[in-house]
Write a protein that binds this ligand. Structure first.
Ligand code: C5P
Length: 322
């Protein structure tokens, strides 16, 4: 069996229309996802069958390192561990005793960047490669079982998503725009932001895709008309996120003042994204935001997920995984 390395990119929500809470507790969404060059990295090895290595692990031994590892749990609640269990249930076990995973975190959590969801999808892609079990439908079902954003990360790119995020359609790919992502120290929990949204918006539509602002934005994206798209950016979760983290407004003003062509809140926050006119302008505002105590990064939109890379056959990877 193979040992593999896979990158897990973060996403932005360029546009997000949210509808009224459904009977199942979730909110219907209409959103445009975009992957960026900020990535976590997973290395995955088959676990040898010695009971001492695998005892009590439920088939996955997870180690988390990297600049954004603080506060990320390495136990069974991590979305990577949940993805392993979902894969095993639907597609069968991997490795004689499961897998060992080294997760290197660069994507901050509580940001709306989908880091945990992307890690989960990356593990599913890795397991599909390692085992040769590639049933796309079963993988998509396993992905949705782990979280609303996970199915998107099986493909990435510029995509419209509906429902909880599992109904995906491709849009005209956007060029590799220069982007800054900035997050205040405060993290936001998706569930709490949606609860605040319920209190603020008792007039939310049953079908957010019927919202004229969504129609305008998605028409611009489908036509590849960036200027029109940047003029139609909105996120229905923003008032709720601002109520919980008012400092987001200050970040938005700094990004605008730095010449951003568009600024938006990603998902339920607390991270903002900004499309910038040049890498130099992006660097300047990134540095200024870091001085102000924010987490800040600059890079590019990316359209294609990096391929799963084979590290070697089983047995390789017995050294230090990081
Ligand atoms: O699906 P996921 O576990 O990522 O969602 C986390 C929480 O966010 C859910 O329990 C739910 O409260 C909320 N949520 C929602 N509507 C969505 C996605 C998430 O209400 N479309």
């Amino acid at each position: 069996m193979l040992a593999v390395e896979v990158l897990a990119p973060a996403k932005l929500n360029l546009v997000l229309a949210a509808g009224r809470r459904r009977a199942d507790g979730y909110h219907p969404l209409a959103t445009i996802f975009q992957t960026i060059s900020l990535c976590d990295r997973l290395r995955v090895w088959p676990l040898p069958s010695q009971p001492s290595r695998a005892a009590g692990t439920e088939g996955i031994v997870l180690r988390v390192t990297g600049p954004e590892a603080a506060g990320v749990e390495a136990g069974p609640a991590n979305l990577v561990a949940r993805a392993y269990r979902a894969f095993r249930r639907r597609l069968g076990p991997a490795g004689p005793a499961g897998v060992r995973v080294a997760l290197f975190k660069r994507v901050p959590k509580g940001a709306g960047l989908g880091g945990g969801s992307s890690d989960a999808a990356a593990l599913l892609r890795a397991l599909a490669q390692m085992t040769g079990r590639n049933d796309a439908e079963a993988l998509a079902e396993a992905a949705l079982e782990v979280g609303s954003d996970v199915p998107y990360f099986l493909t990435g790119g510029t995509r419209a998503a509906f429902g909880r995020g599992e109904r995906l359609t491709a849009l005209t790919p956007l060029p590799p725009e220069v982007v800054v992502v900035a997050k205040p120290p405060r993290e936001l929990e998706t569930g709490r932001v949606f609860l605040a949204f319920d209190r603020l918006r008792d007039d939310a539509l049953a079908d957010p895709a019927a919202d004229p602002r969504w129609r305008k934005a998605v028409a611009a994206a489908a036509a590849g008309d960036r200027d029109a798209l940047w003029r139609s950016v909105f996120n229905d979760l923003e008032p709720a996120a601002l109520g919980l983290a008012p400092e987001i407004e200050e970040g938005r003003e700094r990004l605008r003042a730095a010449g951003a062509q568009a600024v938006g809140l990603s998902g339920s926050g607390s991270a903002l994204w900004a499309v910038m006119p040049s890498p130099a302008a992006a660097d300047r505002v990134r540095r200024a935001l870091r001085r102000a105590g924010w987490w800040a990064w600059s890079g590019r939109f990316v359209e294609r997920l990096p391929a799963v890379r084979v590290l070697g056959r089983a047995g390789a990877g017995e050294g230090d995984p990081a």
